[in-house]
Write a protein that binds this ligand. Structure first.
Ligand code: GLV
Length: 326
């Protein structure tokens, strides 16, 4: 079987993928885009990481597009994707495990106030706050796909009161009203784009927090900033010096804001542009889209299983419904 391997990757990353895929499926021939151009008729499958639009045109015998990314929102924006070729998204157990770890770290840090302690360290402030039990904290996990379910189960195992929500499920507003921490793991589709807007944040109780591990475009940035309260650098510095002996007030604006904190891994524009207000807001924690990577070793096994199923006429796993958008 001849398989095109292409995508938005640097050469070293591409080589890493090629080596892992060759090791998992030595019987396949792995072609670069230029090799595929030599004999486009021969290409039966494409393994892709957000390839440039139009890359999958002109392959008349293409029978499967296997994404190396879990989210296929960017792939589906290619208006020249061959319309009838099935697309499979990546469901990599290592990536799911990493996402679960990141969600757990974020929820634990919010629940125990570890981000607050990090802020106090910066102003050399020795001050403890109350330690609450996990079963006092209600977490809402948006998205109940493979990752959403794994994250929900692991948070529940830690004792959090977890509710899962699907965008085609129960009404959201009543759930938001009783939620302290929202973890977003939704796919980005026409229905979920911009879902986390002013109305969404207003429906959360005062003091709630957001963990966005899905896509930046789920969030209306200006509405998030408004809900967190715009940070005033000068006021904060003054307060941190004056407040040491101690009126119990934080010096980061939390006492006046609707939302307490946001942990953001994903953004409208990545990398997050220099000077973006998220970078230095005292109650936003920025990660560089690093919550969970696909691991070439385990993902190559997943790809090989799907390609072998294709050859044998078996069922392809994790097929995308193009109409739904994920
Ligand atoms: C990462 O964001 C992915 O979709 O794989």
């Amino acid at each position: 079987m001849k398989v095109l391997l292409c995508g938005d990757m640097d050469p070293a990353e591409l080589e890493g993928w090629r080596a892992a895929l060759e090791a998992s499926m030595p019987e396949a021939t792995w072609l670069s885009p230029s090799q595929a151009l030599d004999d486009p008729q021969a290409v039966q499958a494409a393994v892709v990481a957000n390839p440039a639009p139009g890359s999958l045109q002109g392959l008349p015998n293409l029978r499967l597009i296997q994404s190396l990314w879990a989210g296929v929102d960017r792939l589906l924006t290619d208006t020249n994707l061959p319309p009838d070729v099935p697309i499979a998204r990546m469901v990599d157990p290592s990536m799911t495990a990493a996402m679960t770890q990141t969600a757990l770290w974020a929820v634990l840090s919010l629940h125990r106030g570890f981000f607050v302690y990090a802020g106090r360290q910066r102003s050399e402030r020795w001050q403890v706050h109350a330690q609450r039990c996990a079963d006092e904290v209600r977490v809402l996990v948006l998205g109940q796909g493979v990752m959403g379910r794994a994250v929900s189960a692991s948070l529940a195992q830690q004792g959090y009161r977890v509710t899962g929500w699907r965008h085609d499920g129960q009404p959201l507003v009543p759930l938001l009203a009783v939620t302290e921490i929202v973890v977003n793991l939704l796919p980005l589709t026409a229905k979920t784009r911009g879902l986390l807007d002013a109305a969404f944040f207003a429906a959360l109780p005062r003091g709630a927090s957001l963990v966005n591990l899905a896509r930046g475009a789920h969030v209306v940035d200006a509405d998030l900033l408004a809900a967190l309260g715009v940070h005033n650098e000068g006021a904060s510095l003054g307060a941190s010096i004056g407040d040491r002996d101690d009126d119990g007030e934080e010096d980061d604006g939390a006492d006046h804001a609707h939302l307490r904190h946001a942990v953001l891994d994903v953004f409208h524009t990545e990398p997050l542009p220099a000077g973006h207000p998220f970078w230095c807001h005292p109650r936003i924690t920025v990660l560089p889209h690093a919550a969970a990577f696909t691991d070439p070793r385990s993902a190559a096994t997943v790809v090989a299983a799907n390609l072998r199923a294709l050859c044998a006429g078996g069922a392809i796993a994790n097929l995308v419904d193009r109409r739904r958008g994920y």
